[in-house]
Design a binder for this molecule. Structure first.
Ligand SMILES: Nc1ncnc2c1ncn2[C@@H]1O[C@H](COP(=O)(O)OP(=O)(O)OP(=O)(O)O)[C@@H](O)[C@H]1O
Length: 991
């Protein structure tokens, strides 16, 4: 699955990042097709990787998968955003494309990574427990906020009478039930006293089969799943432990060698620079990366050239500072002009050339890197051996030693060999090959006597570097010679259990074969699929690459249980240690350079003054920024002396922080609409389906709230407004959002705030507690819910509600939303049944994204009926005509249907269904007692939505397209404007 997903990703990346820059697209339909295809392909990859991440137990592999997974998630959100910007609509329809890609509507579902909750399960459970404890202490059981409606006195009296009669009825029913239970017990007592096996069997058979436990297969699957998760945890713990111990051991064993090597390298650089330029170089400051930055540069001349260039630049900057201010002012003016020109409603004219271009992505680099980490060269597995026994990084400053001049060339060969001695290494060498002595010595050293005896000594495969061999005798002979040679040259061979590092100036000539091809002189060569330029990079880059590109074709014969790979940990830790050591070495070498300069160049170091100046500047800057900070810090911290726990408790007690109901997003039933594209082609804006709504919640809510990475880099969504008639599941979606991400739920609905935290200061205090720095942020992710969102922005507050102060939050809400930063996984969710009662401008200022939730269509209703009845244990039979039920409930919402189901399916009715099957007719009376959504209300929603900023933009764009189309018709065939999607499609159809 991993390989498949990565393969698909690889293909997709090739299309996403073509070698040549694509020219701007002019056909909107084409653009949408491209985006949608990418979106769908990413979606499939996402699904695959999510499953892989759940299944794999290898801790390092999991990290690689997670990396790509997050990148893919982010890219998905990004692409959705692109489509929204292009089409001016939150909803997109892919039905025609699904066919082309051989996908089903189910494939459109946005998967929700299980790790969002699973990896935080302990914290969440703990929090749940605390919440329950706090509530238990006060006996404050979670209360649904009561919607306040005004009623007449007569109606109120009637309501009271009805509920009183209902109470009496319930009591009576209880009483009757007790009597019946008693009778039943008596009967059983009689049966028990005469235990007849036949009777017992009949009794057992009578038990409702639907109450049976999960099937053995299901139980087994559950068991496997839980043991897998256990293993994941265990391996992760081992890995975490290894990160500490291995680093310690690397520091102890290799630290001194690394130090020496670095010192040698740097010293060499001093000398080279002096040879080339006549004086010692300046040591790069630690801000510039210290000595690590040296080795990115190539020759001393280049260093000098670069330094000179820098100097020049500095001078230029100084000169141009004065001019800059003027230029900036000019630029601004230009920008403004440009903007006003482009305001014709066409967002596609970004850049000089007309047309659409993909906006730069924040996630593609991550995805790309992830794909690279996974991928390895096709030839990593050697065709002869079928496995790669060990890896070699081979690095030269200039070239591989075809013609080796023997001077100032440095070879760093590192060879990591498998831990155990059971590995098969087929060793061989080519006389005179520069690699051989190193590798040979290492390999031989590593092999046990036994293996040595058995080894065929014919060839050596070091990943894709193949060195040809000779006879065994020759190998033995050469080995002795090289051993001697190594000793004689006082070669440094630092070794630990599994790694070797040889550093030496050496000479040699020979043939190196890369992937079977004879290469005489190699300037660059392929290493594990990527080109390594032999320019002396021996720092992070190369090592990273080794760690990186090792997954695709890894030989894991010896790792059946999928424990972590210590080799990779070593690689990683070695780099860390090297960085640490480098800091120390730099200090030493700085001193050494100073001394050298003193002695050789007689330089007394004029730099000090510069340093002082720089310091002064820094101090000044610090002072300035300090002042600024102080100014900003004026805001009061109302709760400085309180702990998060106590704030949490207070919020729970006040009913602000509530326990979300456990519902999953997939429980929000709703079918896909197959007509979307067709309707749009006919210029009719289709009503979105419930499945579209579900996807939007996943994309806008769940993914960014669940993943910090996606939230930080993706399009920032701070607030969502779910608008729709009563009962379409707005609150359900809200709870699902919290369940899927393990988010805290804060209820700041006007009804819930009534009488709490009175006055302006009270409100400030509350918002401070919830938002500014406090609970919602520190215990993120968090969802801040504002039910009846329209009330905050009432155009006119109804008389009866005046006391409830529904507009209390109005002033602060915009500030609250603004204060949500990219790093805060906090989302403001408003739900509204009557958004048209609000001042549209103010409402849309706070809620930037509006999701209009429609009433369910036929397919969704049919599905809803089926599921609701099935879950409650109804035996579906032909007498229960669900199709008719779905048909007649057109206009009813899920809430209505649920209500009807509740009132019909009493426990008695369910018990009697075997004798008297349920019929569709029984559901009609409770439905008839409820008011469906009338056309006027639906129209009101539509009209309201068309007045929101997105709606307006869409209308404007459509008008522009129509005008353009008409113009084109007028100009006949020669027009070159942007085609509408409908137009192009229409043409295609005609063809
Ligand atoms: N798509 C759905 N699938 C299954 N159940 C649903 C669906 N939509 C709503 N429900 C159920 O219908 C009931 C009403 O939904 P909910 O309270 O979320 O609606 P609402 O839009 O918030 O209503 P209101 O505006 O009146 O508060 C809930 O019990 C919910 O579980």
């Amino acid at each position: 699955m991993w390989a498949d997903a990565q393969g698909a990703l690889q293909d997709l990346l090739q299309d996403e990042m073509p070698l040549s820059l694509p020219s701007p697209q002019k056909d909107r339909f084409q653009v949408f097709q491209t985006l949608a295809t990418f979106y769908l392909r990413y979606l499939q990859i996402f699904r695959g990787l999510e499953a892989v991440y759940d299944q794999i137990v290898h801790p390092q592999k999991r990290r690689v998968v997670r990396h790509v997974l997050e990148g893919v998630m982010g890219r998905l959100v990004e692409l959705k955003n692109e489509m929204v910007e292009l089409e001016y609509s939150e909803f997109h329809y892919f039905d025609d494309m699904l066919q082309d890609l051989k996908m089903t509507p189910e494939d459109l579902e946005v998967p929700i990574p299980r790790y969002f909750v699973r990896e935080r399960i302990k914290v969440l459970k703990e929090r749940e427990k605390i919440l329950a404890q706090i509530l238990a202490k006060t006996g404050n059981i979670e209360q649904e906020p009561v919607a306040v409606h005004s009623v007449t006195v007569e109606r109120a009296v009637r309501l009271l009478q009805v509920s009183e009669r209902a109470r009496q009825g319930r009591l009576r029913a209880c009483f009757m039930k007790e009597i019946r239970d008693e009778e039943w017990k008596n009967q059983r007592r009689v049966i028990k006293s005469s235990l007849d096996p036949n009777l017992s069997a009949t009794l057992i058979q009578k038990i409702d089969p639907q109450l049976s436990t999960p099937s053995p297969a299901q139980q087994q699957a559950k068991h496997v799943e839980s043991s897998r998760h256990q293993m994941q945890e265990q391996h992760e713990a081992e890995y975490q432990q290894a990160l500490i111990t291995v680093k310690e051991s690397v520091r102890l064993m290799d630290g001194p060698d690394i130090k020496e090597m670095l010192q040698d390298q740097i010293r060499q650089w001093f000398l080279e620079c002096r040879d080339a330029t006549g004086k010692f170089p300046d040591f790069p400051s630690s801000d510039d990366g210290g000595s690590a930055s040296i080795f990115a540069q190539k020759t001393p001349e280049e260093v000098a050239a670069e330094l000179a260039a820098k100097q020049q630049e500095k001078e230029k900057k100084k000169n141009s500072k004065g001019k800059k201010a003027k230029n900036a002012a000019k630029d601004q003016k230009k920008d403004k002009k440009g903007k006003t020109k482009g305001k014709g409603g066409d967002a596609d004219t970004a850049g000089e050339e007309e047309g659409w271009k993909m906006s730069p992505s924040n996630f593609l680099p991550t995805v790309f890197e992830g794909a690279k980490i996974y991928r390895a060269a096709e030839n990593t597995l050697h065709p002869l051996t079928g496995h790669s026994s060990f890896r070699v990084i081979y690095n030269m400053e200039n070239s591989l030693p075809a013609q080796w001049d023997g001077e100032r060339k440095r070879t760093v060969v590192r060879c990591a060999v498998g831990q155990t001695e059971e590995f098969k290494v087929e060793v061989g060498l080519h006389q005179g090959s520069a690699l051989s002595p190193f590798l040979f010595a290492m390999v031989i050293d590593q092999l046990s006597e036994e293996v040595r005896q058995e080894s065929p000594w014919t060839m050596m495969f070091a990943d894709d570097i193949v060195i040809c061999s000779e006879s065994r005798e020759q190998v033995e002979e050469n080995l002795e010679r090289w051993r001697f040679a190594l000793e004689r040259r006082e070669m440094k061979v630092s070794r630990s259990k599994t790694e070797y590092m040889c550093v030496n100036e050496r000479e040699g000539s020979g043939t190196v074969r890369l992937q079977g091809e004879e290469v005489k002189k190699v300037q660059e060569f392929k290493y594990l699929g990527s080109t390594v330029q032999s320019n002396g990079e021996c720092g992070k880059e190369v090592k990273k690459r080794v760690q990186a590109e090792v997954w695709q074709a890894r030989d894991e014969d010896l790792n059946f249980h999928q424990h972590f790979d210590p080799e990779l940990v070593r690689e990683e830790k070695r780099i860390e240690v090297e960085v640490e050591v480098r800091v120390q070495v730099d200090e030493l070498m700085r001193q050494e350079l100073k001394n050298l300069k003193l002695v050789v160049d007689r330089d007394k170091g004029k730099k000090k003054k510069k340093g002082k100046k720089a310091n002064k500047k820094k101090k000044k800057k610090a002072k300035k920024s300090g002042k600024k900070k102080k100014k900003k810090k004026k805001e009061k911290d109302f709760t400085a002396d309180r702990t998060i726990e106590s704030l949490y408790e207070e919020l729970v007690l006040e009913g602000i922080l509530i326990q979300p109901k456990t519902v999953k997003l997939c429980d929000y039933l709703g079918e896909y609409s197959y007509l979307g594209t067709g309707l749009r082609q006919a210029d009719i804006e289709p009503m979105p389906s419930l499945s579209d709504v579900r996807q939007l919640i996943a994309l806008y809510g769940v993914l960014p709230l669940g993943s910090q990475f996606v939230h930080e880099r993706g399009p920032l969504i701070r607030s969502l407004l779910l608008a729709g008639p009563s009962g379409v599941g707005k609150r359900m979606l809200l709870h699902a959002l919290c369940t899927e991400t393990g988010a805290n739920l804060f209820n700041l609905s006007p009804a819930n705030l009534t009488g709490k935290y009175p006055g302006r200061s009270g409100l400030q205090y509350l918002l401070h507690m919830v938002m500014k720095k406090k609970v919602a942020r520190q215990l993120q992710p968090s969802v801040i819910w504002i039910g009846d969102a329209e009330k905050t922005f009432y155009k006119k507050v109804p008389k009866l509600e005046k006391e409830l102060e529904p507009k209390r939050l109005k002033k602060d809400l915009a500030k609250v939303v603004k204060s949500i930063k990219v790093e805060d996984r906090v989302l403001l969710v408003g739900t509204s049944r009557r958004p048209f009662d609000a001042d549209l401008k103010a409402l849309c200022k706070v809620y930037k994204k509006v999701i209009l939730i429609p009433r369910p269509d036929y397919a969704s209703r049919l599905n809803l009926w089926k599921e609701l009845l099935r879950v409650r244990g109804v035996q579906l039979s032909p007498s229960l005509d669900l199709s008719s039920l779905a048909k007649v409930t057109d206009g009813y919402t899920q809430g209505h249907i649920l209500q009807a189901v509740h009132s019909v399916l009493t426990s008695q009715r369910l018990a009697r269904q075997t004798k008297k099957p349920l019929t569709a007719l029984e559901f009609i009376p409770p439905l008839a007692r409820q008011d469906p959504i009338y056309k006027e209300e639906e129209e009101a929603f539509k009209t309201w939505y068309s007045r929101t900023p997105v709606g307006k933009r869409r209308a404007r764009a459509e008008k522009a397209f129509q005008e353009a189309a008409e113009l084109k018709k007028g100009k006949k065939k020669h027009g070159k404007g942007i085609k509408t999607a409908a137009e192009t499609k229409g043409k295609k159809k005609k063809k």
